[in-house]
Design a protein around this ligand. Structure first.
Ligand SMILES: Nc1ncnc2c1ncn2[C@@H]1O[C@H](COP(=O)(O)OP(=O)(O)OP(=O)(O)O)[C@@H](O)[C@H]1O
Length: 252
């Protein structure tokens, strides 16, 4: 790992993971730059969720290394995780609590003071357009509104790194568009490094960074335009098909 990667918002080096004999990640290495959106693109089963489980400390691997903002996840776990915000693929809010209560519990878990939490929650609810719904039970919100609450929750503790695991699954078009715009704004204006796992090519923008994962391996990495160019494709859709189906053929 070089010096820049050592201090990157996220640096993954030689990471492997297996479920029993099933290898899910195979020597994965990459680092993220601050203030950039990096799309982690891979077909179903490529290993995206496994990678997220390792980066969030849910799983542990003896093979390879993860550093968040320069802190080794294994040796300085709480410092490393304190810089991380995450939106999971599955819905993780308490449905019987109000929007505000959900956020306050999380703020307390993260060690925010009452005063700081109140200020931060008000600002974030404004930002995600849910001030009016703050006293509503989450159960009464639409899927899109729930996702907005989860984005607000991920940002409560001002993370330098934001992970989103297929966050647009099941969302309406307007919320999907909002999410893609909001995530880019957070990166470009607030300097957050974003890792966005998806299998939907249309959520990726030309100037984003890209990591293509296929069968647990990184098969392409770099700015989207560069990957498209290097694959001799006309667009990302074609590049993605080539990168992933070429691999599939190799395995036949
Ligand atoms: N608990 C498990 N036990 C055994 N194999 C698993 C388990 N979880 C995942 N796998 C396998 O590991 C590989 C990677 O799965 P993973 O869920 O990380 O991929 P993914 O890219 O997130 O896919 P998806 O887009 O479908 O969520 C797949 O082959 C999957 O079948």
């Amino acid at each position: 790992m070089d010096d820049i990667a050592m201090r990157a918002p996220l640096a993954v080096d030689g990471l492997s993971y297996a479920y029993g004999r099933k290898r899910a990640l195979d020597h994965v290495s990459f680092s993220l730059a601050p203030a950039r959106v990096t799309a982690l693109l891979g077909p179903n089963g490529a290993g995206k969720t496994t990678l997220f489980s390792l980066v969030t400390g849910l799983f542990d691997s003896r093979t390879g290394r993860i550093r968040i903002a320069g802190h080794d996840l294994r040796r300085e776990r709480s410092r490393a995780l304190s810089d991380l915000g995450i939106v999971f693929q599955a819905q993780t809010l308490d449905l019987d609590l109000t929007v505000e209560r959900n956020l306050r519990y999380f703020a307390a878990l993260r060690g925010l003071s009452e005063r700081e939490a109140r200020k931060r929650i008000a600002a974030l609810l404004e930002q995600v357009g849910l001030t009016e719904q703050r006293r509503h039970k989450v159960r009464s919100l639409s899927g899109g509104q729930r996702r907005r609450v989860e984005v607000a929750r991920a940002l409560l503790d001002r993370p330098g790194l934001l992970l989103l695991d297929e966050p647009s699954t099941g969302l309406d078009i307007a919320t999907r568009r909002w999410l893609v715009d909001e995530v880019h704004r957070l990166a470009h204006e607030d300097g957050i490094a974003v890792l966005w796992a998806t299998h939907l090519v249309d959520e990726v923008r030309a100037h984003d960074d890209l990591i293509v994962l296929e069968k647990g391996k990184v098969v392409a990495r770099g700015e989207v335009e560069r990957v498209v160019h290097d694959t001799r494709a006309n667009d990302l859709n074609e590049a993605f098909t080539r990168l992933t189906s070429a691999r599939a053929e190799e395995h036949l």
